[in-house]
Design a protein. Structure first.
Length: 398
C-alpha cells in the first residue's frame, strides 16, 4: 500500500466560522483521504457547527492551549503546541495567515504551504513552498508587495450549492410581499460599514425591510440613531440550514465591509441563492471581481443609495441580475475543482523535495537582491536585514 501524505493544518483560533477558518476547514475535509492523512490543530474556543463539520467528516482535530499572542510575529503564550505537534510526523504544514510572517511557521524545517486571506504583507521565509490566494485581485496585490506570482495559485475553495428551502419571513413577521435587503457578517467592530444602513435610510418604505445576521452591534446603534423602520439584527450563526434560510429571505444582498474583501464568501453564497448584490469600494477590492455580473459595485454613498433604489423598484432587474450572478458564481466557484489543484501541488512538493527547495532558495535570493534592505518586528524587537542577513536588532522597550 502506498504511503499517504501527512499534512498538519495549524491555525490560531482555527475552529471559528470566519472565511479564513472555513477555507482551511473545507480544504481539510475536501482532500482525498486515500492519498492524504490530515490532522487539524487549533487554539481557542470551537464554533460547535464548524467542529461538528470536521468531526463528522472524520478529520482528527487537536486542541492547542494558548493564552494570547505576543506582539510582532505573534508567538503563542503558554502554549502546549510542541507537546502535541511534532513536525517530523508530517510531510507538509498548511496554515492560513493575513499575509505577513507568523509564528510558529517560520520555525519549521518541513515545507510550509500558506493561504493568504488579507493584504497585510508578504511572508519572505524560505520554507514557504507555495502560497494560495483567494482571487486574482488578491494575487496581484500580494505580488506587488513582493510575493512571487509563479509560486502562488488562486484557490477560492469551500463554496457549496444551496440545499435548504424555506426562509425566515414567518419567524421575523415579515410580509411575503415585502422587499427585503440585508447581509450577514462575522461579529467584528473593525469591519463595520455604515454605507448599507444609510442607503436603506434613503429608501425607507412601509414594505421595505433590512435584516443583518451577525455583524457589529454598531449596526443596531446606527439604525436606532436614524430611527429606522423595519430593521432587524439577528445573532450570528454558522449553522448551514439557518444561514441558507436567511439568504432565502433576501431580495437584495446589500453588502458592507469597511476594509473590503480579498474574495467575499458571503457574496458568493448570495449569488448562489439567486440574490442580486450591491458591494462598495474599500481598500481591498476583490468584491468587484467576485460579484461579476450579479449586481453593482459602487464607489460613493450616493451611488449606493441610487442602486439600492433601482433594485427595490425593479423586480425584473433583480431577476436578471440574480440569474446572471448565479450562472457566473456556479461556473467560477462550484464547477472548478480547486481541491484537485491543491492536491496536485501537495503531491509535487512531496515528490520533488529537492527541486522545490531549490526553487524556494532561488526566489528568496532574487528577493534579497531586488530589495536588499528590510526590517521586521518581532515581539519587542526590530530586526534589520541586508541581503537576507540580520545586521542589527533594536530593543523597542528601551
Amino acid at each position: 500500500m502506498k504511503k499517504k501524505i501527512k499534512i498538519a493544518f495549524i491555525k490560531y483560533d482555527g475552529m471559528g466560522a470566519g472565511g479564513t477558518e472555513r477555507w482551511l476547514q473545507n480544504l481539510a475535509v475536501g482532500l482525498n483521504k486515500d492519498i492524504f492523512d490530515v490532522d487539524y490543530f487549533y487554539t481557542g474556543n470551537a464554533n460547535p457547527d464548524r467542529l461538528e463539520f470536521l468531526t463528522k467528516n472524520n478529520i482528527n482535530t487537536i486542541h492547542i492551549k494558548s493564552n494570547g499572542k505576543t506582539s510582532g510575529y505573534g508567538e503563542w503564550i503558554d502554549t502546549d503546541l510542541f507537546e502535541k505537534f511534532n513536525e517530523n510526523d508530517y510531510d507538509i504544514i498548511q496554515n492560513a495567515i493575513a499575509g505577513e510572517k507568523e509564528w510558529p511557521f517560520f520555525t519549521f524545517k518541513k515545507p510550509v504551504v500558506e493561504s493568504v486571506h488579507l493584504d497585510y504583507g508578504v511572508n519572505h521565509c524560505p520554507n514557504v513552498y507555495h502560497t494560495f490566494v483567494l482571487s486574482k485581485w488578491n494575487q496581484n496585490k500580494w505580488a506587488k508587495m513582493g510575493g512571487i506570482k509563479s509560486m502562488s495559485s488562486v484557490v477560492p475553495l469551500g463554496v457549496t450549492m444551496p440545499t435548504v428551502s424555506g426562509d425566515l419571513r414567518a419567524e421575523l413577521k415579515i410580509p411575503k410581499n415585502a422587499i427585503v435587503s440585508g447581509f450577514h457578517q462575522r461579529v467584528d467592530d473593525n469591519i463595520f460599514s455604515e454605507m448599507p444602513i444609510y442607503a436603506y435610510k434613503a429608501n425607507e418604505a412601509e414594505n421595505h425591510y433590512f435584516i443583518i445576521m451577525g455583524g457589529s452591534k454598531k449596526y443596531t446603534a446606527l439604525a436606532q440613531k436614524l430611527n429606522l423602520r423595519n430593521f432587524i439584527q439577528l445573532e450570528h450563526s454558522a449553522n448551514k440550514e439557518r444561514l441558507e434560510k436567511f439568504l432565502n429571505t433576501l431580495d437584495i444582498f446589500a453588502h458592507g465591509r469597511k476594509d473590503g474583501e480579498t474574495l467575499g464568501y458571503v457574496i458568493i453564497e448570495a449569488l448562489l441563492h439567486r440574490v442580486p448584490c450591491i458591494v462598495h469600494d474599500a481598500p481591498s477590492k476583490a468584491q468587484r471581481e467576485t460579484i461579476g455580473p450579479g449586481g453593482f459595485f459602487v464607489k460613493t454613498q450616493d451611488e449606493y443609495n441610487e442602486k439600492l433604489n433601482l433594485l427595490l423598484r425593479d423586480s425584473a432587474l433583480r431577476k436578471s441580475l440574480a440569474d446572471a450572478g448565479f450562472k457566473y458564481a456556479k461556473q467560477k466557484f462550484i464547477d472548478t475543482n480547486y481541491v484537485k489543484k491543491v492536491e496536485q501541488k501537495y503531491i509535487d512538493i512531496v515528490a520533488h523535495p529537492i527541486k522545490n527547495k531549490m526553487i524556494c532558495r532561488f526566489h528568496n535570493f532574487i528577493r534579497n537582491i531586488k530589495k536588499p534592505f528590510r526590517k521586521e518586528r518581532f515581539d519587542n524587537k526590530k530586526n534589520y536585514y541586508l541581503f537576507g542577513i540580520k545586521i542589527k536588532t533594536k530593543d523597542l522597550k528601551k
